[in-house]
Design a protein around this ligand. Structure first.
Ligand code: SF4
Length: 253
């Protein structure tokens, strides 16, 4: 029986109805399915409850907080069958599904099975996936998915370059019509890195969305004007973080 590992939010699977806050479909009512597990370990990750398990060596900015402890893996994962996930999603009536994480492509076969299962229930589901751009899909997955939101991680994530930058994966998505790229920008250095990535992998500018870094509206506003000027200069898209303006730094909304 196929099961997917879903993040545990206070004893319930983190599956919630909200709006897409970022990127190409910003503003679209969506159901988010937050899978557990990630193959990267970004130092500022705001979903570290999907990977930062006790007895691992990964560092995180929250390590400076004396009340912060790593997570017990068994406590943070709920394994659900496809039927159970569908039952949660069907309650909302929403057909735009955002597969997020963690890194959902770590459960590629399970997610393919999930999309196939949903398609047996209705033919108008739209599936978008948030991925860090380090893993390639297979042909089955490629045929089922509607949109890839590829979010490559930069040097500021503290992941070694050989882990976060996989040339064959960037090349695959650069020429994939379903893929857009979303970069979180905190500084000029980040922008320089993004320009280098776009040049090296020939990512067309119209596929690129730049998003200010920040987990509260004030932090986003500080970078907004500068980043919009950058987007005008390079013909990139600007994307906000709508959910941060509406809900702040909160889980499950
Ligand atoms: S890739 Fe995403 S989920 Fe994984 S550690 Fe980085 S920010 Fe967190």
């Amino acid at each position: 029986m196929v099961k997917l590992k879903i993040a545990n939010l206070d004893g319930k699977p983190e599956i919630f109805h909200s709006i897409q806050g970022e990127g190409k479909n910003m503003g679209q009512p969506s159901v988010f399915i937050r899978t557990s597990l990630c193959n990267l370990h970004c130092i500022w990750c705001d979903t570290d409850y999907t990977w930062n398990w006790e007895k691992t060596r990964f560092t995180h900015v929250k390590d400076a907080d004396p009340t912060y402890t790593k997570y017990k893996m068994d406590d943070m994962i709920i394994s659900l069958t496809l039927e159970e996930i569908y039952a949660e999603v069907a309650k909302t009536g929403c057909k735009n599904i955002v597969l997020t994480g963690g890194e959902p492509m770590m459960q590629l076969q399970g997610i393919s099975a999930l999309m196939e299962y949903f398609n047996t229930k209705a033919d108008d589901y739209f599936f978008e996936i948030e991925t860090n751009g380090t893993l390639l899909p297979d042909a089955t997955f490629e045929a089922l998915i509607d949109q890839y939101n590829v979010s490559p991680k930069l040097e500021n994530s503290n992941n070694p370059k050989k882990l976060r930058e996989k040339p064959e994966v960037y090349q695959y998505f650069a020429t994939n019509e379903k893929a857009v790229f979303k970069f979180v920008i905190a500084s000029e250095n980040d922008l320089t890195e993004v320009l280098t990535i776009c040049k090296n992998y020939q990512i067309p500018n119209e596929k690129v969305y730049l998003m200010p870094e920040g987990t509260n509206p004030e932090a986003l506003k500080q970078k907004q004007q500068w980043l919009i000027e950058v987007c005008k200069k390079y013909q990139f898209h600007y994307t906000d973080r709508l959910h941060v303006h509406i809900y702040g730094d909160k889980r499950g909304v």
